[in-house]
Design a protein around this ligand. Structure first.
Ligand code: PXP
Length: 248
């Protein structure tokens, strides 16, 4: 089996976090998305959370109107988000679990525990032409459930792997990488496209980018932070370079 080019999805949520800290209009996440496009992002990811703590509805309107790159709309499996997604019909939707009290998306979706609800939830989105992805832990049971309900794409939660890098816990890092590797290989045997995201940095991206089954990485927080020091374009270009080097 041959796999295509590894894509980089740039998540611009935290441009909105900085904007919302003052409640005004700047920095504008749509402007950041357009710059990310120019800097080599293959797509833009934005998570409209139920509490609108970063991205707000008007940002999605702006992204849909102005982006040339595909938008990956991250959303919780709620009726409100489904109707917003159906109104905009973005290129892709990524269904994530969402808890109000969490700082970021802490775990994967329990697809195995909610198969029939999720199957009926994603059907209208797929029928509308959105590429549906499910954000799950690197766990074969969840992968098998995703395949059974007909999701074409899974995104594996890299949080534990990324945390192990940050904490310099190399044994955990290696076991988490092995889990992602094995799960990605298993998912492709079921015909699923595999993405990986959450917490990735310049240090941690290489081993994941090197996995031939992985087709897309979604990276946000680190890039927006790094943009303070290098500028957003150069921060993204360096991530792209590291991904390409690992892939080669
Ligand atoms: N992928 C998914 C599904 C996410 O929920 C997030 C965080 O919003 C990311 C990728 C990006 O994670 P980070 O901002 O830590 O790079």
């Amino acid at each position: 089996m041959t796999y295509g080019k590894l894509r980089l999805g740039v998540n611009i949520d935290h441009v909105a976090t900085v904007r919302n800290a003052r409640g005004g209009a700047v920095p504008d996440p749509v402007r950041a998305a357009l710059l990310a496009e120019q800097a080599g992002a293959d797509g833009i990811t934005a998570h409209l959370r139920e509490d609108r703590r970063h991205i707000v509805d008007a940002d999605i309107d702006g992204l849909m109107a102005q982006l040339k790159a595909p938008l990956n709309f991250e959303m919780a499996a709620t009726a409100e988000m489904q109707s917003i997604a159906l109104r905009h019909q973005p290129h892709a939707v990524c269904i994530v679990p969402e808890k109000r009290e969490e700082r970021t998306t802490e775990g994967g979706l329990d697809v195995a525990g909610h198969e029939s609800q999720l199957a009926s939830y994603i059907r209208p989105l797929a029928d509308a032409g959105c590429r549906v992805s499910l954000f799950i832990a690197a766990d074969q049971q969840q992968v098998a459930a995703a395949a059974r309900i007909g999701a074409p794409v899974i995104e594996l939660h890299a949080g534990a792997y990324a945390d192990a890098w940050a904490q310099e816990r190399w044994d955990v890092r290696d076991s988490e990488l092995a889990r992602i590797t094995d799960t990605a290989a298993y998912a492709t045997t079921l015909g699923l496209e595999v993405h990986v995201g959450h917490g990735l940095t310049y240090d941690s991206v290489g081993p994941v980018a090197a996995l031939p089954q992985v087709m897309e990485l979604n990276i946000g927080h680190f890039l927006i932070g790094e943009a303070i020091f290098r500028g957003l374009g150069p921060a993204i270009a360096e991530m792209r370079r590291l991904m390409d080097a690992a892939r080669a």
